[in-house]
Write a protein that binds this ligand. Structure first.
Ligand SMILES: [Zn+2]
Length: 71
């Protein structure tokens, strides 16, 4: 039983480190403010969109959803 618990803890820790690494990646790749990955779903934002919309932090579907949320 405690072995299972340990494994769960390790998985949790790995997940935490991975998301930290992803955040660091975002920050260093785009000092200008554009994110390489969507802030909402984590999908990669197409480079063309990042060029057209400087500072965008979401992919198109999430941006659309966000705009609907806040008209
Ligand atoms: Zn998204």
């Amino acid at each position: 039983m405690s072995r299972l618990f340990e494994m769960a803890q390790q998985r949790e820790e790995r997940h935490r480190l991975e998301s930290l690494a992803r955040q660091a990646e975002k920050a260093k790749g785009h000092p200008g403010g554009s994110f390489s990955h969507c802030n909402d779903c984590g999908e990669e934002i197409p480079p063309l969109r990042r060029e057209k919309v400087p500072g965008c932090t979401r992919c198109v579907p999430c941006q659309t959803k966000a705009e609907k949320r806040h008209p």
